[in-house]
Design a protein around this ligand. Structure first.
Ligand code: ASP
Length: 313
């Protein structure tokens, strides 16, 4: 007789405030992120008592320091676990600061058909009112929702598509927004109330295997257009050998004339340039005739996109 393998949810820990530790339960600011092991974060959450969980510590960092050194092993472990037939989906515990960048990166290199849910916390694990345990329980509820797929983020009871999520507040518990797109849904009493479809899978920009052998990622920087902007930072970056530049323009992607000339000159020297908006919501509309190619991505997403494009060449 064939025995059905038990359904499993895998939780991969990368650090962040959710794994943060402070010397006092009242301390919400002077804590150290990335201290508590992921296995420990899963203990004592009543909603998880009957869920078969596998926990793995991939990294233990403050996500302000996130980058390819963690992304590569993380993407590899996600890929490994998502390929196991008995695994329903993967939860990644992550710092809030760069969660949107990791979400975008994972979306572009994995485009998973199963759910890959990032979650986090705004208060350390040692806080009197730690928000991590509920966020983890909610993330696992989302993974176990029938039909769940793609990269999403769960925080403070709200579910965001990985391509839309952005951190919008430095302190409050509900620190994320999905911008104009709106949230994908709400987790209420362990159930997802879904408002929008799961993220479209899309094509991978570069498969994880292709990233394995790369040690140096392309040098891509973000510059901001603002009152009194100049081209000096761009000129210095070009002298330094920058390979790509994202310009976060004002309003509908407009760029100060001095900065624009420096960026056009950089393009003539082979630097890849993408223009987006520094506005918190919306995307650049029209302006295709502009000398600087536009993107609908946020500045941090556009930076990752340029790196992946350059690696894929
Ligand atoms: N600096 C922390 C991190 O991103 C903030 C947080 O997780 O809320 O790891």
């Amino acid at each position: 007789m064939q025995v059905e393998e038990e359904e499993r949810v895998v939780v991969l820990g990368t650090g962040g405030t959710i794994a943060g530790s402070a010397s006092s339960a009242a301390d919400h600011v002077g804590y150290k992120a990335g201290q508590v092991p992921v296995q420990q974060l899963l203990t004592g959450i009543p909603a998880l008592a009957h869920v078969s969980l596998v926990a793995e510590q991939v990294a233990q960092v403050d996500s302000k320091d996130m980058g390819p050194a963690v992304w590569l092993p993380l993407a590899r472990r996600c890929q490994h676990w998502l390929a196991q037939p008995q695994v329903t989906g993967v939860v990644v515990t992550h710092g809030t600061d760069t969660l949107e960048e990791t979400a975008y990166f994972l979306h572009r290199v994995l485009a998973p058909a199963k759910p890959l849910v990032l979650t986090c916390a705004m208060r350390p694990a040692t806080a009197l009112s730690a928000d991590g345990p509920q966020n983890i329980a909610d993330a696992i509820a989302v993974v176990r929702t029938a039909g769940a797929r793609g990269v999403v983020a769960v925080c403070a009871g709200r579910v965001h598509a990985g391509v839309d999520v952005r951190k919008v507040h430095p302190y409050r518990l509900d620190a994320f927004s999905s911008g104009d797109a709106g949230v994908l849904g709400h987790v209420e009493d362990g159930r997802l109330r879904q408002l929008r479809d799961w993220p479209a899978q899309g094509e991978v920009a570069l498969p994880v295997e292709a990233l394995d052998t790369r040690h140096e990622w392309p040098h891509v920087e973000i510059v901001l257009s603002h009152s009194g902007a100049s081209g000096r930072a761009v000129e210095a970056l070009v002298r330094d050998g920058v390979q790509g530049l994202v310009v976060a323009g004002t309003g509908n992607g407009s760029v100060h004339a001095a900065l624009e000339s420096a960026l056009v000159a950089a393009m003539k020297q082979g630097v890849q340039v993408l223009r987006t908006t520094r506005c918190a919501e919306g995307e650049v509309v029209g302006r295709d005739a502009d000398p600087l190619p536009k993107t609908t991505l946020t500045p941090v997403q556009a930076r990752i996109e340029l790196q992946l494009r350059s690696l894929a060449r």
